[in-house]
Design a protein around this ligand. Structure first.
Ligand code: ARG
Length: 428
């Protein structure tokens, strides 16, 4: 092995990893830092990498690609892991892996490396994605194969080698950030009964202290947001603006016990203000524009896609095909959604679309009703046919199983009942 491309954040762990890789494996180290937004790109990250011993430092702005090719397909699919997690961390990994492989090819490297531990999902995502793209590349995770230094040891290690580090106050949480969301775990959060302290949150205000509610309008085309309050915006700008707005109103906090891929249940806190509003609005617009069968089927696709993304299987054929289905189903999901940001809640209060399936003349209870009420009788006759047949052949369900209570037991005796008799004079 001669050359390794390391995913580099500029923090203590990965700075030490640069030197550690060089010393342990006697290799040249090239670093790759991918800016995915969220304000975590370290200043002068390339200079830090060089000071740690890298021969070359790549810094890539991946924000646009991240939103367009990774977040948007999940919005179209409505994919949230276990129904709540917008997958910010999980979606970032395959993109970073793809860039690692590209840099490895450009540099003629034999391996890529990342700073994940052996206990989480992220190592799996990096390794699996890398090998899907190029099985000949080795993947090294220093934290998994012996670099297990304590924080103090890492600081010593860096100082001894003149590596530039900023010794910030040690975070009591483990945090991953990009513009789609913040993921926070560990520390006092490891007790699932302990409520998160306010210091967990950076992007969302305490809903109790949020200002008076406001209403926004999100415009969608083909299942992805394209405008905010009537102003057309490019994807990154839209997410960033919505992020601030929703965060100010305390929207987007998730407190969740989650099932990790490696078999562990883990308590996770997420802050995802923009993702929360976008997913909610998108779902409302689907309700207006898609048939009930498509809506039902889309739930299955959403759960499958979320699971595959969570499990690091982005580059699988099934992931690709499900994304293609989701995108196709979204061709009519265009229109506007009104959302009220109200003390931690994002409540849909209106939706409209030129492709709406909502037919006022059918839904109305007013005089201009065009629905054929009499036709309902024939419909119900046919619709209820199987149930009437079943009841006639098997009896009402429950009867033959020796249960103490059956559908055909009289209920009247057991339920509080009032009976009024009309005054005898009123009965003619
Ligand atoms: N549980 C989330 C996931 O697996 C977030 C992990 C975040 N990583 C971290 N170091 N906090 O996608």
């Amino acid at each position: 092995m001669k050359k390794v491309v390391l995913a580099y954040s500029g923090g203590l762990d990965t700075s030490v990893a640069v030197a550690w890789l060089r010393e342990q494996y006697n290799v040249e180290v090239v670093t790759l830092t991918v800016d995915l937004g969220g304000g975590v790109l370290k200043e002068d990250v390339d200079r830090r990498a060089i000071s740690a011993g890298a021969s070359r430092a790549y810094v890539v702005d991946g924000k646009e690609r991240f939103v367009r090719d990774f977040c948007w397909p999940h919005v179209q699919a409505g994919a949230l892991y276990q129904g709540v997690y917008p997958l910010a961390t999980a979606m970032a990994r395959p993109l970073i892996a793809q860039l690692l492989v590209e840099v490895a090819h450009k540099e003629g490297a034999d391996a890529v490396a990342h700073g994940c531990t052996g206990k989480g999902n992220d190592q799996v995502r990096f390794d699996v994605a890398t090998h899907a793209l190029d099985p000949s590349l080795a993947v090294i995770a220093p934290m998994r194969v012996g670099m297990g230094l304590s924080r103090e040891q890492e600081i010593e290690y860096a100082k001894a080698r003149n590596i530039e580090i900023t010794i910030s106050k040690e975070s009591i949480y483990s945090i991953d950030v990009n513009l789609w969301g913040r993921s926070i775990e560990a520390g006092i959060l490891e007790d699932p009964w302990t409520a998160p302290r306010e210091d967990v949150y950076r992007w969302t205000v305490d809903p109790d202290r949020a200002p008076a509610a406001v209403e926004i309008v999100l415009g969608f085309e083909g299942g992805v947001p394209v405008s905010l309050d009537g102003e057309r915006m490019d994807p990154v700008a839209l997410v960033e603006k919505l992020h601030v707005l929703a965060g100010e109103h305390g929207v987007g906090r998730v407190d969740h016990v989650e099932d990790r891929l490696v078999g562990i249940k883990s308590r996770e806190i997420y802050e995802a203000p923009a993702a929360t509003v976008i997913h909610r609005a998108h779902r409302a617009l689907e309700g207006l524009t898609l048939s009930k069968d498509t809506l039902r089927f889309n739930r299955i696709v959403a759960d499958e896609l979320a699971q595959l993304t969570y499990d690091g299987l982005w580059f699988s054929a099934l992931h690709r095909d499900l994304r293609a289905y989701a995108a196709s189903s979204q061709r009519v999901v265009s229109g506007d959604v009104r959302v009220r940001l109200d003390h931690g809640n994002a409540i849909v209060v209106g939706r409209r679309s030129p492709l709406s399936l909502y037919e006022k003349s059918l839904a109305t209870y007013e005089a201009d009703d065009t629905y054929d009420h009499a036709a309902a009788v024939g419909f119900i006759e046919i619709f209820g046919l199987p149930l009437r047949t079943e009841a006639a052949r098997h009896g009402a369900v429950g009867r033959h199983y020796g249960a103490a209570w059956t559908w055909t037991d009289p209920l009247l005796e057991g339920l509080p009942t009032r009976v009024f008799d009309a005054p005898s004079a009123a009965v003619k």
